[in-house]
Design a protein around this ligand. Structure first.
Ligand code: NAD
Length: 295
């Protein structure tokens, strides 16, 4: 089914802008809103239309994408009375941010009472994946809604239907807990090897041909940490939010998750020591500085 031709998007930041740009390039009519005026102006430069309010972004759209920082902001936006009055029965609301699965299910139930369906479709692959259309999109929702969205989402990457609404947000948070734990221990291991006299480039080449490899050794260390740019476009505070979402979910389910909790404690320590806008790859620099102080 491909009845979706017009898409509204709220949140035009590091991920929302490249997503809107790809959808516009794929032929969809894209209308976007962001609280930042500069973000709205960038959308216009990239083939979209700027909306003055969230309700204007939703008006007439077949699907309304949310690409916002977290569940609290999603709730704020979705409680806007003008936006709610605009939403109609045939429209789909698609939360592509990394929100909290339990809150996503509550929002879905609330919208369902108004006859509006919610689908969660968070992504992995970062800014480069959003720009290249190679994201992994983890979708939670009823099969018929996922089917309706699949042609549009396929312009952004590979669509994976995880289960009912909230499932995408659950697996996204769990994935990022794994990813953040990998990044931390990979950084500790490489810094230890360096102190022993090994070169990071040599270690990475060996790790990437061995069982210790991960997105941290294959992507984050070679592309953002070794060159010293620390510009992956994914903020440390957002990674920590996802980790806490995962451990909170485990706690709600009575699942012991001690290594995950330890990783949250380590990342919290780093976040407290770093600038609020720090990139998540800067944890490697933080660990290097910390180890130098301890010597
Ligand atoms: P970002 O901070 O770059 O962008 C968020 C945008 O939302 C900003 O432009 C901000 O102005 C806007 N915004 C905030 N409050 C708003 C409101 N009330 N109304 C309208 N706009 C509002 O964040 P991002 O990196 O694009 O991340 C968005 C989501 O995607 C997060 O949940 C994040 O965890 C997730 N994510 C990010 C990446 C990445 O690599 N950056 C990768 C995967 C998932």
């Amino acid at each position: 089914m491909n009845d979706i031709t017009s898409i509204g998007i709220i949140g035009l930041g590091n991920m929302g802008l490249p997503i809107a740009t790809r959808l516009a390039a794929a032929g969809y009519t894209v209308t976007g809103f962001d609280v930042a005026e500069a973000a709205r102006a960038r959308l216009v430069e990239h083939g979209g239309r700027a909306a003055d309010t969230p309700a204007d972004a939703a008006a007439g759209a077949d699907a309304l994408i949310l690409m916002l920082p977290d569940s609290t902001i999603v709730s704020q936006v979705m409680s806007d009375a003008a936006l709610r009055a605009t939403l109609s029965r045939n429209q789909l609301v698609v939360d592509m941010g990394s929100s909290e699965p339990v809150r996503t299910r509550s929002l879905a139930a609330e919208l369902d009472a108004d006859g509006v369906a919610l689908v969660d479709a968070p992504v992995s692959g970062g800014v480069s994946g959003a720009t290249a259309g190679t994201l992994t999109i983890m979708v939670g929702g009823a099969a018929r809604n996922v089917e309706r969205l699949t042609p549009a989402l396929s312009a952004l990457g590979r669509v994976r239907h995880a289960g009912p609404v909230g499932s995408g947000h659950a697996i996204k948070a769990l994935n990022n807990l794994i990813s953040a734990t990998h990044l931390w221990v990979t950084s500790e291991a490489i810094l230890t090897g360096e102190k022993f006299g090994l070169r990071p480039e040599v270690m990475l080449e060996i790790i990437n041909g061995s069982s210790g490899r991960s997105g941290s050794s294959e992507n984050k260390w070679p592309n953002f940490i070794l060159p010293g740019t620390f510009d992956s476009g994914f903020a440390l505070r957002l990674m920590l939010k996802d980790m806490k979402t995962a451990t909170a979910l485990a706690e709600q389910l009575g699942m012991p998750i001690e290594l995950g909790e330890a990783a949250v404690a380590e990342w919290t320590r780093a976040a407290e020591a770093m600038a609020p806008a720090a990139d998540h790859t800067e944890v490697a620099r933080y660990l290097a500085q910390e180890s130098a102080v301890r010597m």
